[in-house]
Design a protein around this ligand. Sequence first.
Ligand SMILES: *Cc1c(COP(=O)(O)O)cnc(C)c1O
Length: 480
Amino acid sequence: MLPENGRSAADLLAELAALKEADLPVHGGKVTAYVYDTGRAEIRDAAARAYMEMLEVNCLDPTAFPSIVELEKQVVGAVASKLGGGPATPGIFTNGGTESIMLAVKSARDARPVARPRLVVPATAHPAFHKAAHYLGLDLVTVPVDTTTFRVDPAAMEAAVDEDAANTVLVVVSAPSYPQGVIDPVPEVAALAAARGIPCHVDACVGGWLLPWLRDAGEDVPPFDLSVPGVTSISCDLHKYGYAPKGASVVLYADEALRRHAYFASAAWPGYTVINSTVQSSKGAGPLGGAWATMQALGESGYRRLAADSAAAARKIIAGVADIPGLRVLGDPAASLVAIASDDPSLDVFVLSDKARDHGWLIQPQLSFPGIPANVHLTLTGVSLGGVDALLSVLAKAAAEARESGPPALPDGLVDALLDLDLDTVDDAGFAALLSSVGADPAGGPGGMAVVNSVLDALPPQTRESLLIRFLSSLYRAFD
Ligand SMILES: *Cc1c(COP(=O)(O)O)cnc(C)c1O
């Protein structure tokens, strides 16, 4: 219910501040997922002011607001210049990696209409490809990755493509993949796709604005961008290692015809004509202004420094984890995403994550997957280097505590009961009871996510998905 009379801004901001007290901190580096922090207040300030300046501008009509065309050209041009393109490289500013991927998949689908379009991706490819396939009506084919390097094997990709090359409209690789932070063999996969006339998308959502700066800082970075023959599109999130406020990503295309297939126009109604470059139609220009300002405020030297610091933090973590009994890093991370598994059955990584949370750090759990053990994931950013010793000591402490308390005890028979459960017939009260039985009461349970994660971990992906969807709907619903 709205108040009868409007409230003052001061009153509203006080309420927001109070609501945010339960949130994780977005600055400081203790949350090693979701947030990317330069640690520099003046950069954030420039972005926030530019965001506000563009607040009411509507990207719906670029002829009414030419400022957005100029800003987008500058942002896309800067990204193209670092990702193997040039001033003429076509691209689109989008509101996130998922949207960039959605558009890359749409372009590929519409560039070559076939009866049953299929999309071939490594198992480690981001769920945004599953979502794009789902929304856009493609068949998704996943190819298992090597269980030591976590990179996809080009021969396995080739075999998957050749099961139905005529209907395969797009092949995908990641640079790097999120789960283990490793770079797929981009040149090999792009070449096999090109040999068949199939486009190849590089998902550089997380790495696209990190790897080029690492290369400039003198690190060895394998070829992964538009300069690689056969790569036809690439996505790069500015709201990750671009350190822009959320809602900022770019998709680049090797040629203009592909970009045009991302666009949508409609004159088939009696209202204003619609021309959209992205999924949304009316949309705020704040994220574009914020991204542009962040990039201009940081400059090349700013990004080189942040990239070098993130990579240095990752190296310290990798070296330090080797000294923590029971823990090991998965694969050979290419940049600053690090996945850590346990090789001691008494040391449960989900419990470790909870213990770290008790010490004020968010360490993201990742469920097991065929050939890949459950693990925890760190996204190290520019601000991480300063806190790297604290993070290592929290990891060591949390590991020792997790071993001490042992793996979580799952309620007897719960996993079997969940496997048999028909979620469509469970009412809200029944689902709430189920959640509280595993300590995941949306109204605020005893804390501790280890039981929830262990239960999910024991279930097949489809059951996990159904439960998660039911959980989300319960979260946004009043129970009493
Ligand atoms: C984050 C990410 C995405 C999706 O990006 P959103 O901005 O969350 O929509 C896609 N691919 C990779 C590798 C990512 O890390």
